[in-house]
Write a protein that binds this ligand. Structure first.
Ligand code: TRP
Length: 348
Protein backbone atom coordinates (compact mmCIF):
# COMPACT_ATOMS: atom_id res chain seq x y z
CA UNK A 1 0.00 0.00 0.00
CA UNK A 2 1.12 3.54 -0.79
CA UNK A 3 2.75 5.00 2.36
CA UNK A 4 1.25 8.45 1.68
CA UNK A 5 -2.27 6.98 1.56
CA UNK A 6 -1.58 4.86 4.63
CA UNK A 7 -0.43 7.89 6.61
CA UNK A 8 -3.51 9.86 5.52
CA UNK A 9 -5.75 6.99 6.63
CA UNK A 10 -4.10 6.82 10.05
CA UNK A 11 -4.41 10.56 10.40
CA UNK A 12 -8.07 10.40 9.35
CA UNK A 13 -8.89 7.95 12.16
CA UNK A 14 -7.28 10.27 14.68
CA UNK A 15 -9.09 13.31 13.27
CA UNK A 16 -12.46 11.55 13.32
CA UNK A 17 -12.03 10.99 17.06
CA UNK A 18 -11.23 14.64 17.61
CA UNK A 19 -14.18 15.75 15.47
CA UNK A 20 -16.53 13.50 17.44
CA UNK A 21 -15.25 15.01 20.70
CA UNK A 22 -15.55 18.65 19.61
CA UNK A 23 -17.23 19.12 16.19
CA UNK A 24 -17.67 22.89 16.55
CA UNK A 25 -13.88 23.33 16.68
CA UNK A 26 -13.52 22.29 13.02
CA UNK A 27 -14.17 23.87 9.68
CA UNK A 28 -14.50 21.68 6.61
CA UNK A 29 -14.16 22.78 3.00
CA UNK A 30 -14.74 20.66 -0.05
CA UNK A 31 -16.41 20.96 -3.41
CA UNK A 32 -17.03 19.90 -6.97
CA UNK A 33 -16.71 21.17 -10.49
CA UNK A 34 -20.03 22.24 -11.98
CA UNK A 35 -19.93 20.04 -15.06
CA UNK A 36 -23.21 18.14 -14.66
CA UNK A 37 -25.47 16.29 -12.27
CA UNK A 38 -24.03 14.48 -9.27
CA UNK A 39 -24.40 10.70 -9.20
CA UNK A 40 -24.41 7.85 -6.71
CA UNK A 41 -20.60 7.68 -6.80
CA UNK A 42 -20.53 11.25 -5.49
CA UNK A 43 -23.26 10.48 -2.99
CA UNK A 44 -21.61 7.50 -1.31
CA UNK A 45 -18.08 8.79 -1.94
CA UNK A 46 -18.45 12.24 -0.44
CA UNK A 47 -21.91 13.83 -0.21
CA UNK A 48 -23.11 11.54 2.58
CA UNK A 49 -19.91 12.28 4.49
CA UNK A 50 -20.42 16.04 4.18
CA UNK A 51 -23.96 15.76 5.46
CA UNK A 52 -22.75 13.59 8.35
CA UNK A 53 -20.15 16.21 9.33
CA UNK A 54 -22.71 19.00 9.05
CA UNK A 55 -25.13 17.10 11.30
CA UNK A 56 -22.36 16.52 13.85
CA UNK A 57 -22.06 20.31 14.12
CA UNK A 58 -18.94 20.93 12.01
CA UNK A 59 -18.88 24.25 10.11
CA UNK A 60 -19.10 23.08 6.48
CA UNK A 61 -18.16 25.12 3.37
CA UNK A 62 -19.19 23.61 0.03
CA UNK A 63 -17.53 25.04 -3.03
CA UNK A 64 -18.74 25.12 -6.61
CA UNK A 65 -15.39 25.13 -8.41
CA UNK A 66 -16.38 26.97 -11.57
CA UNK A 67 -12.95 28.36 -12.46
CA UNK A 68 -11.57 24.85 -12.21
CA UNK A 69 -13.83 23.76 -15.03
CA UNK A 70 -11.53 25.79 -17.29
CA UNK A 71 -8.47 23.66 -16.53
CA UNK A 72 -9.08 21.06 -19.21
CA UNK A 73 -11.41 22.80 -21.67
CA UNK A 74 -11.52 26.16 -23.40
CA UNK A 75 -15.03 27.21 -22.37
CA UNK A 76 -17.08 26.28 -19.32
CA UNK A 77 -20.40 25.31 -20.86
CA UNK A 78 -23.80 26.06 -19.32
CA UNK A 79 -22.31 27.34 -16.07
CA UNK A 80 -25.42 28.98 -14.57
CA UNK A 81 -27.43 25.81 -15.18
CA UNK A 82 -24.76 23.50 -13.76
CA UNK A 83 -24.14 25.74 -10.74
CA UNK A 84 -27.84 25.76 -9.84
CA UNK A 85 -28.08 22.03 -10.54
CA UNK A 86 -25.18 21.36 -8.20
CA UNK A 87 -26.80 23.50 -5.51
CA UNK A 88 -30.03 21.52 -5.97
CA UNK A 89 -28.12 18.21 -5.67
CA UNK A 90 -26.40 19.39 -2.48
CA UNK A 91 -29.58 20.55 -0.80
CA UNK A 92 -31.53 17.48 -1.89
CA UNK A 93 -28.80 15.28 -0.40
CA UNK A 94 -29.11 17.05 2.95
CA UNK A 95 -26.77 20.04 2.92
CA UNK A 96 -28.62 22.67 4.95
CA UNK A 97 -27.99 26.22 3.71
CA UNK A 98 -28.87 27.60 7.15
CA UNK A 99 -25.88 25.73 8.58
CA UNK A 100 -23.49 25.23 5.68
CA UNK A 101 -22.05 27.80 3.25
CA UNK A 102 -22.56 26.90 -0.42
CA UNK A 103 -20.73 29.24 -2.82
CA UNK A 104 -18.98 29.63 -6.17
CA UNK A 105 -15.29 30.44 -6.04
CA UNK A 106 -15.59 32.80 -9.01
CA UNK A 107 -17.89 34.96 -6.86
CA UNK A 108 -15.20 35.53 -4.24
CA UNK A 109 -12.52 37.87 -5.66
CA UNK A 110 -10.60 37.98 -2.35
CA UNK A 111 -10.17 34.19 -2.50
CA UNK A 112 -8.80 34.43 -6.01
CA UNK A 113 -6.40 37.18 -5.04
CA UNK A 114 -4.69 34.77 -2.63
CA UNK A 115 -3.46 32.86 -5.67
CA UNK A 116 -0.80 35.54 -6.25
CA UNK A 117 1.12 35.29 -2.97
CA UNK A 118 0.53 31.54 -2.94
CA UNK A 119 2.11 31.06 -6.37
CA UNK A 120 5.24 32.70 -5.01
CA UNK A 121 5.51 29.93 -2.39
CA UNK A 122 5.76 26.89 -4.68
CA UNK A 123 8.33 25.98 -7.30
CA UNK A 124 7.65 25.08 -10.90
CA UNK A 125 9.35 21.72 -10.21
CA UNK A 126 6.85 20.98 -7.43
CA UNK A 127 3.94 21.79 -9.72
CA UNK A 128 5.40 19.66 -12.48
CA UNK A 129 5.74 16.64 -10.18
CA UNK A 130 2.04 16.60 -9.16
CA UNK A 131 0.78 13.17 -10.30
CA UNK A 132 -2.91 14.16 -10.34
CA UNK A 133 -2.22 17.10 -12.63
CA UNK A 134 -0.16 14.78 -14.84
CA UNK A 135 -3.12 12.37 -15.06
CA UNK A 136 -5.52 15.18 -15.82
CA UNK A 137 -3.25 16.56 -18.52
CA UNK A 138 -3.07 13.06 -20.06
CA UNK A 139 -6.89 12.76 -19.97
CA UNK A 140 -7.49 16.28 -21.28
CA UNK A 141 -8.74 16.81 -24.79
CA UNK A 142 -6.90 20.12 -25.09
CA UNK A 143 -4.00 20.42 -27.49
CA UNK A 144 -1.97 22.62 -25.13
CA UNK A 145 -1.73 22.65 -21.34
CA UNK A 146 -3.01 25.93 -19.97
CA UNK A 147 -1.33 27.86 -17.18
CA UNK A 148 -4.46 27.35 -15.11
CA UNK A 149 -4.29 23.57 -15.44
CA UNK A 150 -0.67 23.63 -14.35
CA UNK A 151 -1.26 25.90 -11.35
CA UNK A 152 -4.73 24.86 -10.22
CA UNK A 153 -3.52 22.97 -7.15
CA UNK A 154 -2.39 26.39 -5.92
CA UNK A 155 -5.84 27.76 -6.67
CA UNK A 156 -7.23 24.83 -4.75
CA UNK A 157 -4.99 25.85 -1.84
CA UNK A 158 -6.67 29.28 -1.99
CA UNK A 159 -10.09 27.53 -1.95
CA UNK A 160 -9.11 25.78 1.25
CA UNK A 161 -7.06 28.43 3.03
CA UNK A 162 -9.25 31.49 2.43
CA UNK A 163 -11.65 30.18 5.09
CA UNK A 164 -8.90 28.58 7.19
CA UNK A 165 -10.44 25.15 6.80
CA UNK A 166 -8.81 22.48 8.95
CA UNK A 167 -10.35 19.47 7.25
CA UNK A 168 -10.74 18.66 3.57
CA UNK A 169 -12.77 15.53 2.82
CA UNK A 170 -11.32 14.19 -0.42
CA UNK A 171 -10.63 11.02 -2.33
CA UNK A 172 -7.13 9.54 -2.55
CA UNK A 173 -6.59 11.10 -5.98
CA UNK A 174 -6.69 14.56 -4.38
CA UNK A 175 -3.89 13.86 -1.85
CA UNK A 176 -1.18 15.47 -4.02
CA UNK A 177 -3.23 18.70 -4.14
CA UNK A 178 -3.79 18.52 -0.42
CA UNK A 179 -0.03 18.29 0.04
CA UNK A 180 0.42 21.49 -1.96
CA UNK A 181 -2.19 23.26 0.19
CA UNK A 182 -0.30 22.15 3.31
CA UNK A 183 3.00 23.30 1.85
CA UNK A 184 1.55 26.70 0.97
CA UNK A 185 0.13 27.15 4.49
CA UNK A 186 3.38 26.11 6.16
CA UNK A 187 5.59 28.25 3.96
CA UNK A 188 3.36 31.28 4.28
CA UNK A 189 3.44 30.98 8.07
CA UNK A 190 7.24 30.52 8.11
CA UNK A 191 7.87 33.45 5.83
CA UNK A 192 5.30 35.96 7.08
CA UNK A 193 4.02 34.80 10.46
CA UNK A 194 1.22 32.53 11.58
CA UNK A 195 -1.96 33.09 9.55
CA UNK A 196 -3.10 29.67 8.30
CA UNK A 197 -3.91 26.33 9.91
CA UNK A 198 -2.24 23.46 8.05
CA UNK A 199 -5.28 21.65 6.61
CA UNK A 200 -5.66 17.89 6.84
CA UNK A 201 -7.20 15.57 4.29
CA UNK A 202 -10.08 13.55 5.65
CA UNK A 203 -10.33 10.34 3.62
CA UNK A 204 -13.75 8.78 3.50
CA UNK A 205 -14.07 5.07 4.17
CA UNK A 206 -16.59 4.76 1.35
CA UNK A 207 -16.10 1.62 -0.70
CA UNK A 208 -15.21 2.04 -4.33
CA UNK A 209 -18.44 2.13 -6.32
CA UNK A 210 -17.95 1.49 -10.04
CA UNK A 211 -20.07 2.49 -13.00
CA UNK A 212 -22.41 0.03 -14.71
CA UNK A 213 -19.67 -0.87 -17.22
CA UNK A 214 -17.16 -1.75 -14.49
CA UNK A 215 -15.09 1.41 -14.91
CA UNK A 216 -14.94 4.42 -12.56
CA UNK A 217 -18.41 5.95 -12.29
CA UNK A 218 -18.38 9.10 -14.37
CA UNK A 219 -21.03 11.14 -16.10
CA UNK A 220 -18.99 11.42 -19.28
CA UNK A 221 -18.83 7.62 -19.65
CA UNK A 222 -22.61 7.20 -19.49
CA UNK A 223 -22.21 4.61 -16.71
CA UNK A 224 -23.40 6.74 -13.79
CA UNK A 225 -26.74 6.87 -11.98
CA UNK A 226 -27.51 10.55 -11.45
CA UNK A 227 -29.30 11.46 -8.24
CA UNK A 228 -31.79 13.27 -10.47
CA UNK A 229 -32.34 10.41 -12.96
CA UNK A 230 -35.87 9.01 -13.27
CA UNK A 231 -36.65 5.54 -11.88
CA UNK A 232 -37.07 4.31 -15.47
CA UNK A 233 -33.69 5.64 -16.59
CA UNK A 234 -32.17 4.07 -13.50
CA UNK A 235 -33.72 0.71 -14.34
CA UNK A 236 -32.56 0.91 -17.97
CA UNK A 237 -29.00 1.68 -16.97
CA UNK A 238 -28.81 -1.04 -14.33
CA UNK A 239 -30.31 -3.66 -16.66
CA UNK A 240 -27.37 -3.04 -18.99
CA UNK A 241 -24.79 -3.47 -16.22
CA UNK A 242 -22.02 -6.01 -16.83
CA UNK A 243 -22.36 -9.23 -14.82
CA UNK A 244 -21.29 -12.85 -15.33
CA UNK A 245 -22.91 -16.23 -16.03
CA UNK A 246 -22.59 -17.75 -12.53
CA UNK A 247 -26.15 -17.91 -11.12
CA UNK A 248 -25.00 -17.98 -7.51
CA UNK A 249 -24.65 -14.35 -6.41
CA UNK A 250 -21.70 -13.60 -4.13
CA UNK A 251 -19.77 -10.56 -3.01
CA UNK A 252 -16.21 -10.98 -4.29
CA UNK A 253 -15.05 -7.61 -5.63
CA UNK A 254 -11.75 -8.90 -7.06
CA UNK A 255 -13.00 -12.11 -8.65
CA UNK A 256 -16.43 -10.83 -9.77
CA UNK A 257 -16.26 -7.05 -10.14
CA UNK A 258 -19.50 -6.59 -12.12
CA UNK A 259 -21.73 -8.70 -9.89
CA UNK A 260 -20.09 -7.42 -6.71
CA UNK A 261 -20.59 -3.83 -7.78
CA UNK A 262 -24.34 -4.37 -8.13
CA UNK A 263 -24.40 -6.14 -4.77
CA UNK A 264 -22.51 -3.23 -3.21
CA UNK A 265 -24.86 -0.69 -4.77
CA UNK A 266 -27.91 -2.47 -3.36
CA UNK A 267 -26.20 -2.90 0.02
CA UNK A 268 -25.27 0.78 0.29
CA UNK A 269 -28.82 1.79 -0.58
CA UNK A 270 -30.28 -0.65 1.95
CA UNK A 271 -27.70 0.22 4.62
CA UNK A 272 -26.79 -3.48 4.89
CA UNK A 273 -23.76 -5.72 4.58
CA UNK A 274 -23.01 -6.74 0.96
CA UNK A 275 -22.56 -10.41 1.88
CA UNK A 276 -26.06 -10.48 3.39
CA UNK A 277 -27.53 -8.87 0.28
CA UNK A 278 -25.73 -11.42 -1.95
CA UNK A 279 -27.04 -14.28 0.22
CA UNK A 280 -30.59 -12.93 -0.16
CA UNK A 281 -30.37 -13.07 -3.94
CA UNK A 282 -28.79 -16.51 -3.64
CA UNK A 283 -29.13 -18.57 -6.83
CA UNK A 284 -31.35 -16.02 -8.56
CA UNK A 285 -28.66 -15.04 -11.08
CA UNK A 286 -27.98 -11.71 -12.66
CA UNK A 287 -31.63 -10.92 -13.44
CA UNK A 288 -32.69 -11.20 -9.78
CA UNK A 289 -29.65 -9.25 -8.69
CA UNK A 290 -30.45 -6.45 -11.10
CA UNK A 291 -34.05 -6.37 -9.90
CA UNK A 292 -32.85 -6.01 -6.30
CA UNK A 293 -30.37 -3.30 -7.28
CA UNK A 294 -32.97 -1.33 -9.25
CA UNK A 295 -35.52 -1.47 -6.43
CA UNK A 296 -32.95 -0.59 -3.77
CA UNK A 297 -31.57 2.40 -5.69
CA UNK A 298 -34.97 3.79 -6.63
CA UNK A 299 -36.29 3.33 -3.10
CA UNK A 300 -33.22 4.98 -1.59
CA UNK A 301 -33.26 7.91 -3.99
CA UNK A 302 -37.00 8.51 -3.82
CA UNK A 303 -36.97 11.19 -1.06
CA UNK A 304 -33.81 12.79 -2.46
CA UNK A 305 -35.40 12.98 -5.91
CA UNK A 306 -38.62 14.42 -4.52
CA UNK A 307 -36.70 17.17 -2.71
CA UNK A 308 -34.61 17.80 -5.78
CA UNK A 309 -37.67 18.18 -8.00
CA UNK A 310 -39.12 20.76 -5.58
CA UNK A 311 -35.84 22.66 -5.56
CA UNK A 312 -35.48 22.56 -9.33
CA UNK A 313 -38.95 24.07 -9.61
CA UNK A 314 -37.80 27.09 -7.61
CA UNK A 315 -34.62 28.45 -9.25
CA UNK A 316 -35.13 31.81 -7.55
CA UNK A 317 -34.69 30.10 -4.19
CA UNK A 318 -31.53 28.32 -5.37
CA UNK A 319 -30.14 31.61 -6.64
CA UNK A 320 -30.83 33.17 -3.26
CA UNK A 321 -29.05 30.31 -1.46
CA UNK A 322 -26.00 30.84 -3.66
CA UNK A 323 -26.09 34.62 -3.30
CA UNK A 324 -26.14 34.28 0.48
CA UNK A 325 -23.40 31.66 0.44
CA UNK A 326 -21.27 33.83 -1.84
CA UNK A 327 -21.73 36.77 0.47
CA UNK A 328 -20.80 34.79 3.56
CA UNK A 329 -17.72 33.36 1.84
CA UNK A 330 -16.72 36.84 0.68
CA UNK A 331 -16.85 38.27 4.19
CA UNK A 332 -14.58 35.46 5.40
CA UNK A 333 -12.22 35.85 2.42
CA UNK A 334 -11.97 39.62 2.90
CA UNK A 335 -10.85 39.15 6.51
CA UNK A 336 -8.24 36.58 5.51
CA UNK A 337 -6.93 38.73 2.67
CA UNK A 338 -6.50 41.66 5.07
CA UNK A 339 -4.51 39.44 7.43
CA UNK A 340 -2.39 38.21 4.54
CA UNK A 341 -1.65 41.73 3.31
CA UNK A 342 -0.78 42.87 6.82
CA UNK A 343 1.50 39.90 7.36
CA UNK A 344 3.20 40.64 4.02
CA UNK A 345 3.59 44.34 4.92
CA UNK A 346 1.47 45.36 1.97
CA UNK A 347 -0.69 47.71 3.99
CA UNK A 348 0.68 51.26 4.34
N1 TRP B 1 -10.37 19.38 -7.45
C1 TRP B 1 -11.62 18.88 -6.95
C2 TRP B 1 -12.16 17.90 -8.00
O1 TRP B 1 -11.72 17.87 -9.11
C3 TRP B 1 -12.65 19.97 -6.72
C4 TRP B 1 -12.15 21.02 -5.78
C5 TRP B 1 -11.85 22.31 -6.11
C6 TRP B 1 -11.88 20.86 -4.40
N2 TRP B 1 -11.40 22.98 -5.02
C7 TRP B 1 -11.41 22.14 -3.96
C8 TRP B 1 -11.97 19.80 -3.51
C9 TRP B 1 -11.02 22.34 -2.64
C10 TRP B 1 -11.58 20.01 -2.19
C11 TRP B 1 -11.11 21.27 -1.78
O2 TRP B 1 -13.06 17.15 -7.68
Amino acid sequence: MDPVVEAAERRTRDLEERVAADPAAFRVLTGDRPTGPLHLGHYFGTLANRVRLQRLGVDVFVLIADYQVLTDRDVAERLPEHALGLAADYLAAGIDPARATVFRHSAVPELNQLMLPFLSLVSVAELRRNPTVKDEIAASSQAAVSGLMFTYPVHQAADILFCKADLVPVGKDQLPHQEIARTVARRFNERYGPVFPVPDALLSDAPNLLGTDGRKMSKSRGNAIALSATPDDTARLLRRAVTDADRRITYEPDARPGVSNLVLLAALCQGRDPHAVAADVGDGGAAALKKTAIESVNEFLRPIRARRADLAADPAYLRRVLAEGNERARAVAARTLTEVREAMAMVA
